[in-house]
Design a protein. Sequence first.
Length: 310
Amino acid sequence: MGDGAKRTGGVMRREALLADAVLVGVTAIWGSTFVVNRLVLDASVPPLLFLVFRFGLGAVILLAIAKGRPRTPGLLRDSAAVGTLLALGIGSQLVGQLTTTASKAAFITGLSVPLTPVVGFLATRKKPGIENLIGLVVATTGFAVLAWPKEASAIDVGDFLILLTAVSYAWIIVRVAEVSGRHDVRWFAAGQIGFAALGVAVARLVVTPFLGRGSGFLAAEGRPLVLDGRLIAAILWMALAATVVTFLLQTWAQARMSATHAAIVFALEPVFTALFAAMVLGERLTGRDLTGAALVLLGILVSERPLSRR
């Protein structure tokens, strides 16, 4: 059975559309995180320490929300798998942005969209439905038009780190789609973020003896942490909106759709990034931006149409 059958078989149409809307909201919040991360790095904040604060606060809040809810078999295993991948992915992304541009980081991260059905097939042997494949091609084309880096700089180590992020995210999308329906949303979200916080904290402890050396990551991580108003606001946004809210909603929504369909919706991330840049930073939306956004939206609509034989 193709994974597209999952959307129209076991899930009522109205609930499926609600799940799509919820995931669009999640993607909108994620579209803001590249701007926040760039501001954090420009403010000379140690990247791993920033993530420790973000995930640590998010984990505490999610655990408080989950208290009293039922825990299911395999919760610890599934949470550890996703949380470890999350720590690897976001850690690589933030550290990679030390040496690459925000536009390249956004584009490379978005490669998780075409990677997801490949990972899904390798992990589950499930083939995407024809409508999902067509929608994926259209959305990926739109994503490339929108997010292809305008600068022609050479590939550097930061780009490879962010490619690791894209691969990690593809595995996360597939894993969450497969197991989220087995667990309470609150506990599963709390477990993911708890293990992510643990993973980043361990990485920080490992590099602590070497901080301040050279001019790259170790030098950046060795910078003093100054808790001013801007940093506190960034931590609160990333912990509350981009962690607590998004992971609760993503976990709920992905239990109601295939991994490939979720990846298509996630292709909207650079669309929202461009919109936020226009609203907050005053950047103008170009014809290329509008064309790419239209193709991504068309890909989502195509993926909603039941074209394959059931």
